[in-house]
Design a protein around this ligand. Structure first.
Ligand SMILES: NC(=O)c1ccc[n+]([C@@H]2O[C@H](COP(=O)([O-])OP(=O)(O)OC[C@H]3O[C@@H](n4cnc5c(N)ncnc54)[C@H](O)[C@@H]3O)[C@@H](O)[C@H]2O)c1
Ligand SMILES: O=c1ccn([C@@H]2O[C@H](COP(=O)(O)OP(=O)(O)O[C@H]3O[C@H](CO)[C@@H](O)[C@H](O)[C@H]3O)[C@@H](O)[C@H]2O)c(=O)[nH]1
Length: 458
């Protein structure tokens, strides 16, 4: 490729590896630097460090232009651009912990890379700090990432937009050239991640993926604003669902009706147990903190966070309302990952639900198609884990559907009923059909659909 560059990606996590694969497929030479030696060794053998659809195949495809190392000298020698994608986890107080970012920047400051692109989600002002740390002669760009786990690679290869914050014209120029094949969608698609048909057709008609230019601070804030807005939609619809439950309406019908208004739209209005994962919980809290530090009380966002927390416990409260005291009763959690398509358990509602059930004296069993091994390391040892959901369900008093894996929808629910001691299914993700469940004789309730709690009787 004419504009090919040598790029170092710092951090081999969800964002770093997706970015590295994408840049390699666009034609750049990519070095991936990570401080975790085991992770780097695994990647050298072609083993992805976590479950992400298509990642293993994509790493293999991009391998000729990908190198992994723990050695900064090897990673940065001759590199023109560094893309920093290290983690920015929450501190107990709720702001972003920037220690990994600062470590990475301090190492970078000892090498000669002319342009440092911050892809990690960072509080407003961090990119200005980065400039100070890196000193004169090094430019900084903010390039937040919008990918979703479970579809990290397709989101990276087929993005809605690319956001670049910078202060120098030449920096925009370098990033526009770096991402040109992505903007034009001119790179060769991967057979296992085909370009969406609508995108292919739009590109044929001259569509280009928008590359939005902003200042550093606006790019930083836009990332938090996007996540806070999406989190607000989720808390909003969960509250409407709670009202639906109280008055006997069906949230799925309500969403179908309102989603057709183009000002509302049908997406991201799935009622459930609330949002989890490594981004929404942390980024909403970080934005609330950022606002407070700036002297502004972001009331709406505080309520979004509060509603989300309460939503996690509703399933436990419902279980108690139906079963009576939970002491000694066996409750099965179907699904542990914070959403389907990932083995990630960071801030997964399942963890707090399991703890709460144990605290109320229940015997807790859990299963998950992908996250079980990780879960065994972090769950309370009193939680019994099962690879086979049917085994987990044997003799249980209630089923809580926590993660809407397709496997659970596809279970033979007539067979499940024969195994259960009591036919109670509380569906935290509206994955099952209330009528079909009732026809099978289940005491069933979803979130904002199914019978009213007061009508559920064993
Ligand atoms: N996961 C997502 O869906 C997602 C999406 C958009 C944005 N983000 C943001 O992107 C950033 C990265 O998130 P992630 O989920 O990919 O993180 P992750 O935890 O999966 O990976 C981070 C990696 O960085 C490595 N690392 C830490 N310090 C390092 C250092 N000094 N030098 C080199 N490597 C170092 C870690 O070993 C780890 O492999 C975060 O700021 C996150 O908020 C994440
Ligand atoms: O209608 C919905 C949509 C999502 N969720 C929940 O919200 C959480 C987050 O889901 P999702 O957005 O699919 O996953 P993430 O991988 O966390 O991605 C989010 O967080 C990333 C990190 O910042 C951003 O890059 C993405 O754009 C943003 O969607 C999960 O617990 C979902 O169960 C709902 O409850 N209802």
């Amino acid at each position: 490729m004419e504009n090919a560059k040598t790029v170092t990606v710092v951090g081999a996590g969800y964002v770093g590896l997706s970015t590295a694969v994408a840049l390699a497929l666009l034609g750049h030479e990519v070095r991936v630097l990570d401080t975790n030696a085991a992770r780097v060794e695994g990647l050298k053998r072609g083993e992805p460090p976590f479950y992400e659809p298509g990642l293993a195949e994509s790493l293999a495809q991009a391998a000729p232009r990908l190198r992994y190392t723990t050695d900064p000298a090897e990673a940065y020698g001759g590199s023109e651009v560094a893309v920093v994608a290290v983690g920015t986890p929450p501190t107990p107080a709720g702001h972003a912990d920037l220690r990994y970012l600062y470590q990475a920047l301090e190492t970078l400051a000892q090498h000669r890379v002319g342009l440092v692109v911050v892809k990690s989600t960072v509080p407003v002002g961090t990119n200005q700090d980065a400039k100070r740390i890196l000193g004169p002669g090094v430019a900084v760009a903010s390039n937040p990432e919008f990918l979703r786990q479970g579809q990290a690679l397709s989101d990276t290869l087929y993005p809605d937009r690319i956001l670049v914050g910078a202060e120098e014209e030449w920096v925009f120029g370098v990033l526009e050239r770096l991402y040109q094949p992505l903007v034009e969608q001119s790179f060769e698609e991967l057979p296992w991640l085909p370009r969406p048909k609508a995108l292919r057709e739009a590109v044929a008609r001259g569509y280009r993926v928008p590359l939005v230019r902003t200042g550093l601070e606006s790019a930083e804030l836009a990332k938090y604003a996007a996540n806070a807005f999406l989190a607000t939609r989720i808390s909003f619809i969960n509250e409407i669902a709670n009202v639906a439950e109280a008055v006997g309406a069906d949230i799925e019908e309500v969403v179908r009706a309102i989603g057709l208004d183009p000002r509302i739209g049908p997406h991201f209005l799935k009622a459930g147990l609330g949002y989890g994962g490594s981004c929404f919980p942390k980024d909403t809290r970080a934005l609330a903190y950022l606002a407070k530090r700036g002297g502004y009380d972001f009331k709406l966002l505080r309520a979004v966070i509060e509603v989300n927390q309460a939503q996690r416990y509703r399933l436990v409260e419902k279980a108690e309302a139906v079963l009576g005291r939970l002491t000694g009763q066996t409750v099965v959690l179907l699904g542990l990952a914070f959403k389907p398509g990932t083995d990630d358990l960071r801030d997964a509602p399942s963890l707090e639900i399991a703890e709460e059930l144990l605290a109320r004296g229940a015997r807790v069993r859990a299963t998950d198609p992908k996250a079980l091994e990780l879960a065994k390391q972090i769950l309370d040892p009193r939680v019994e884990t099962f690879a086979d959901p049917l085994e987990a369900l044997e003799g249980a008093d209630a089923v809580l559907l926590v993660t809407e894996w397709p496997e659970y929808r596809a279970l033979d629910w007539a067979e499940v009923k024969r195994r259960l001691r009591r036919p109670v299914v509380l569906d935290g993700r509206n994955a099952l059909d209330p009528r079909a469940m009732e026809a099978l004789g289940y005491v069933y309730q979803g979130i904002g659909r199914g019978r009213k709690l007061s009508e559920l009787a064993l």
